[in-house]
Design a protein around this ligand. Structure first.
Ligand SMILES: [Zn+2]
Length: 343
């Protein structure tokens, strides 16, 4: 079977399209005939490698997939061959206290498909049966693949972690990325108002067409945090959704109301930021981390998306053979929405 994989860490030149043996599902596992995959920034972190990350090579890239159940391993009863499904990329032990109470992404042995585990950019892949959910019928295979990681992450950030409510104002940094756009769609769908930032006026205009109430160009704005606060009538926004890290934490603090929350899931601009703890406690700021989501988060997100017939914002679709070109587009930050691979 064909797969896009790396045999050593490095740049896009290390991404190989080649033949790998078809995997056999073990107990509780399903072999999926992948129809489409979708890219995430995580793919680039994995491809580059980082200290402490040891992977069995060749390592198939990719966390997002949609497909058809091809073969079910022993004991699998939740799905059968022929079922059209999407994949929750977070794999947990399903036996510890955190898994048993439904917080699978807090499991001490939590791992991600495509990161610590074999990925999805292949014709056939193995997935734990409990990580599969029915594909929303209104979505194409590519749209369904694009939904999983980004919308799941945004869903848990907003609802499970930050307790987002209708009527709240939300600052979303770096609109154009998958999680940021998913957050914009969910906030808008559930009656919130979003102010978004970007270095591109074109991306800001497109975000407004998707429902953003205001756009701030952080390159040309004198003070993006003050501008967001002014947009909220001087009160300050209720919530900041951050995927960028170092560059945006000070902006969030400047934009928030007293009692506001920051929820973060990424560090595309760097992992270290200075936080004034006096500002944090005096202003009752909640600073929350979030990674992926639980099976309940995944099913709640899919139910909402299916009910509203919401579609993820798609940037471009490439064939599997052009996985390296697709990664290059994402690495350059040129995309607006999700980049998908047709398998
Ligand atoms: Zn566990």
């Amino acid at each position: 079977m064909r797969a896009a994989y790396i045999s050593e860490f490095g740049g896009n030149e290390k991404v190989t399209l080649g033949e790998l043996p078809e995997p056999e599902p073990g107990p509780g596992e399903v072999r999926l005939a992948v129809k489409a995959g979708a890219l995430n920034h995580l793919d680039i972190w994995v491809r580059k490698g980082r200290p402490g990350l040891e992977l069995k090579k060749p390592h198939v890239l990719g966390s997002d997939a949609s497909g058809i159940v091809d073969k079910a391993g022993a004991g699998v009863t939740s799905v059968k061959p022929g079922d059209e499904v999407v994949v929750n990329p977070g794999v947990s032990c399903m036996a510890c206290e955190f898994c048993l109470r439904g917080d699978q992404s807090e499991c001490p042995s939590f791992k991600l498909l495509g990161f610590q585990l074999e990925g999805m950019y292949a014709e056939k892949v193995l997935v734990p049966a409990c990580n599969l959910a029915p594909k929303p019928p209104h979505l194409s295979w590519e749209e369904a693949a694009a939904l999983n990681l980004a919308h799941l992450t945004a869903w848990r950030m907003l609802f499970t972690r930050a307790r987002f409510k209708a009527g709240e104002t939300v600052l979303i940094h770096g609109i154009g990325g998958g999680v940021a756009l998913a957050a914009l769609q969910i906030v808008t769908m559930f009656g919130g108002r979003a102010v978004v930032t970007s270095s591109s006026d074109e991306k800001l205009a497109r975000a407004k067409a998707l429902g953003a109430a205001h756009g701030i160009n952080y390159r040309t704005s004198a003070d993006p945090g003050a501008e967001a606060k002014a947009w909220s009538g001087g009160r300050g926004v209720d919530l900041c959704v951050d995927t960028a890290g170092a560059a945006t934490v000070p902006v969030s603090f400047a934009a928030l109301r007293r009692g506001g929350r920051i929820v973060t899931c990424g560090v595309t601009s760097g992992p270290k930021a200075e936080v004034n703890l006096q500002m944090l406690y005096w202003n009752h700021i909640g600073f929350l981390g979030s990674t992926m989501g639980s099976h309940e988060d995944f099913r709640s997100m899919l139910a909402a998306v299916t009910h509203a017939k919401l579609k993820p914002v798609m940037d471009r679709v490439y064939p599997l053979a052009e996985a390296a070109q697709a990664l290059a587009r994402m690495e350059a930050g040129a995309q607006f929405g999700k980049i998908a691979l047709t398998v």
